[in-house]
Design a protein around this ligand. Structure first.
Ligand SMILES: *[C@@H]1O[C@H](CO)[C@@H](O)[C@H](O)[C@H]1NC(C)=O
Ligand SMILES: *[C@@H]1O[C@H](CO)[C@@H](O)[C@H](O)[C@H]1NC(C)=O
Ligand SMILES: *[C@@H]1O[C@H](CO)[C@@H](O)[C@H](O)[C@H]1NC(C)=O
Length: 272
C-alpha cells in the first residue's frame, strides 16, 4: 500500500512539475508552512468511497462520465473545535469531494485507512482537499506524519484507537515553529518582491540603454554623413572646377586670365 501511495505521490509530483505549468516563481513549501496556510486539518478514517458522476472540480470535459472522480465519507478521529473552520466533535462523519485523478495531480485515498487531510470549504459548503501551493494535501497515517502534525496542531479528545502520542503537543515548540514559519515565509516574500522590483529596474535601465545606443547610432550615422559631405566639399574645392572658379573669384580670375593670356599668346604665337 505504501508503495502505491509513493507511486501516486511521485506520479502526481511529476505531473505537477512536468505536465502542468506552474508560476515561474513557484517554490515548494514545507508541510509545516502549508499547514499554517491551510483552512483546516483533520485526522480522519475513510469509511466509504462514492463515485462522482459529475464534479465541479473536474475541468476536463471529456472525462465527465469516467469513474476517475469520487468523494470519500470520513469519520473524524479527533475533535475539531479550537481555531478550526470545522467545529465538529470526534466521531462526526462528513463527505470530502474533489478526489480523484486530475490533469495535474491525484487526490487519492483508500477505504479503511486513516489520513491527515488539508481541507477547505467551497462556496457551496462542499469540503475539498486544499492543495496549498499546488502540493499534496493528503498524508497517510505514518509515525512521521503523527510526529509532524502532533507537534504542530492541537488535536484534542481523539478516539481511543489513536496513538496518544498525537495529542500531547509541545506548545512552546509549536509557537516557536509558527513564528519561525511565518517569518521565513515573510522573508521569502520580501525577497521575491525585492527581486521583482530589481529586475523591473534592470528592464527599465536596459530600455534606457537601448534608447541611448540608438541615439549613439544615429549620432554616428550623422557624423559619418557629415564626414562624407565634408570630404566631398574638400574634393570639390581641390579639384579644378572652372565654372565654380570663374563664377567665384572674378577679380582673381581676371588677374589670372591676364597671366594666362600672356603665355597663351606666346604659345599661340609659337604654335601659329
Ligand atoms: C456522503 O455521500 C453519500 C453519497 O452521496 C451519501 O449516501 C452519504 O449519506 C453522505 N454522507 C454524509 C455524512 O453526508
Ligand atoms: C473495510 O472494512 C470493512 C469492515 O471491516 C470491510 O467490510 C471492508 O471490506 C473493508 N474494505 C476494504 C477495501 O478493505
Ligand atoms: C471527549 O469525547 C467524549 C466522547 O466522544 C465526550 O463524552 C467528552 O465530552 C469529550 N470531551 C471534551 C473535553 O470535549
Amino acid at each position: 500500500m505504501m508503495r502505491i501511495l509513493i507511486f501516486l505521490f511521485v506520479a502526481s509530483l511529476v505531473g505537477l512539475l512536468k505536465g502542468c505549468q506552474l508560476p515561474s516563481d513557484w517554490r515548494p513549501q514545507t508541510e509545516a508552512c502549508r499547514a499554517e496556510l491551510v483552512e483546516t486539518i483533520v485526522f480522519a478514517k475513510v469509511l466509504a468511497l462514492y463515485k462522482d458522476s459529475y464534479s465541479v472540480y473536474n475541468f476536463l470535459p471529456w472525462q465527465y462520465n469516467s469513474d476517475l472522480f469520487y468523494s470519500a465519507e470520513i469519520e473524524l478521529l479527533c475533535d475539531q473545535a479550537w481555531g478550526s473552520m470545522l467545529e465538529v466533535p470526534a466521531g462526526s462523519r462528513v463527505n470530502v469531494t474533489g478526489l480523484g485523478y486530475f490533469h495535474c495531480y491525484s487526490y487519492t485515498v483508500m477505504e479503511n485507512n486513516s489520513y491527515y487531510f488539508f481541507l477547505r470549504m467551497d462556496e457551496n459548503y462542499n469540503l475539498l482537499p486544499h492543495g496549498v501551493n499546488f502540493q499534496d494535501p493528503i498524508f497517510p497515517d505514518t509515525p512521521e506524519n503523527h510526529r509532524m502534525f502532533a507537534s504542530l496542531f492541537q488535536f484534542s479528545n481523539c478516539s481511543a484507537e489513536i496513538n496518544p502520542q498525537i495529542y500531547t503537543p509541545d506548545w512552546e515548540i509549536q509557537e516557536d515553529h509558527r513564528l519561525l514559519c511565518g517569518s521565513v515565509q515573510r522573508a521569502l516574500m520580501e525577497e521575491e518582491e525585492r527581486v521583482k522590483s530589481l529586475s523591473q529596474k534592470v528592464r527599465m535601465l536596459e530600455k534606457a540603454n537601448g534608447h541611448l545606443r540608438e541615439k549613439v547610432k544615429n549620432l554616428k550615422r550623422s557624423l559619418r554623413q557629415a564626414e562624407i559631405e565634408n570630404k566631398e566639399a574638400l574634393q570639390a574645392k581641390c579639384l579644378p572646377n572652372k565654372k565654380k572658379v570663374n563664377n567665384k573669384d572674378t577679380r582673381l580670375d581676371n588677374h589670372k586670365k591676364v597671366q594666362e593670356r600672356t603665355p597663351k599668346k606666346t604659345t599661340g604665337n609659337r604654335l601659329d
